[in-house]
Design a protein around this ligand. Structure first.
Ligand code: C2E
Ligand code: MG
Ligand code: MG
Ligand code: MG
Length: 273
């Protein structure tokens, strides 16, 4: 089932650090110019066919003393300090570079999905940054997808809505990340212009043994299907989870069972459907 080589099971995500410390904020300021930031890519597959449909970009910080840090350890700090703007541009540019490199026939159909926090949408002129980046790299904007996450409630709902409408008009796909968690509520499905949802690994982990999780995930999949939204199930780790999910013919999957976050791929992976 695994699309990667048979290396021993490792943690999927890098180390967490203690967030919110002043020293980390000082070093974060120079992390981009010192080339300490890099991106890994985690493949996403259509479960029914086994085809890879694209990758999600996942940011990492190779901290000089603390080792490779997970985004959860520094993104909140980046958001409150405004450093999320240059960091976000770095990731966006990286995604466009990947799309430009993926010009071969085998890679041309794949998409790249970038995480964007709602706070990021409200800062600066995010839409212009996206447009310029897409133009500069000459990429087909329809292959670029944004995953909207919300760690704190949207401060300015109207502004976020306006930005999302503009981005969608440019031709990007918009999906709600971590749907059903935190501030990612059902209301967003009725008010925001979205093309899909991603179901968080906290739901996946409890499949298929926990009846409540089964009921919740089934309902989310049915709801998204009725709304004609794309669905990605995140954090799939076991063959039993995969087998339960295979009852649905329209879900895509992502997780360490199939492929871990990794350096850029030159050819698409396949999983056994
Ligand atoms: P996310 O977007 O929900 O990303 C999925 C997380 O689950 C990633 O953690 C990934 O490494 C991890 N993961 C993937 N498969 C599995 C699995 O099978 N099992 C387990 N236990 N975990 C799995 P990561 O890379 O630490 O990212 C954490 C969060 O940081 C992301 O959650 C996303 O919200 C945020 N993030 C990542 N990159 C960026 C970025 O460039 N910008 C912004 N604003 N946020 C980012
Ligand atoms: Mg994501
Ligand atoms: Mg997620
Ligand atoms: Mg998440």
């Amino acid at each position: 089932m695994t699309a990667t080589s048979s290396t021993p099971r490792m943690r999927c995500a890098p180390t967490e650090a203690v967030a919110g410390d002043a020293q980390l904020e000082r070093t974060l300021q120079d992390a981009i110019t010192r080339n300490e930031m890099f991106v890994e890519y985690q493949p996403v597959f259509r479960l029914q066919t086994g085809d890879m449909i694209g990758v999600e970009t996942l940011l990492r910080w190779r901290h000089p003393e603390r080792g490779v840090l997970s985004p959860s350890a520094f993104i909140p700090l980046a958001e409150t300090s405004g450093l999320i703007v240059p960091i976000g541009e770095f990731v966006l540019e990286d995604a466009c570079r990947v799309l430009r490199e993926w010009r071969s026939a085998a890679m041309r159909g794949l998409s790249v999905s970038v995480n964007v926090s709602a706070a990021q949408l409200a800062y600066g002129d995010f839409v212009r940054v996206v447009r310029e980046c897409v133009d500069e790299y000459g990429v087909d904007v329809r292959r670029l997808q944004l995953e909207i996450t919300e760690t704190v409630p949207f401060k300015d709902r109207q502004l976020v809505l306006k930005r999302l409408i503009e981005l969608r008009r440019l031709g990007l796909r918009i999906v709600l990340d971590d749907f059903g968690c935190g501030y990612m509520t059902l209301q967003h499905l009725t008010t925001l212009p979205v093309d899909g949802i991603k179901i968080d690994q906290c739901f996946t982990t409890a499949l298929p043994d926990e009846p409540r999780a089964v009921a919740v995930v089934s309902s989310m999949v049915e709801l998204a299907t009725r709304l004609k939204l794309s669905i990605v199930i995140e954090g799939v780790e076991t063959p039993r989870q995969a087998s339960w999910l295979s009852a649905y013919d329209n879900v895509c999957v992502q997780g360490c069972l199939y492929a871990r976050p990794q350096p850029i791929l030159r050819e698409p992976l396949r999983i056994r459907p």
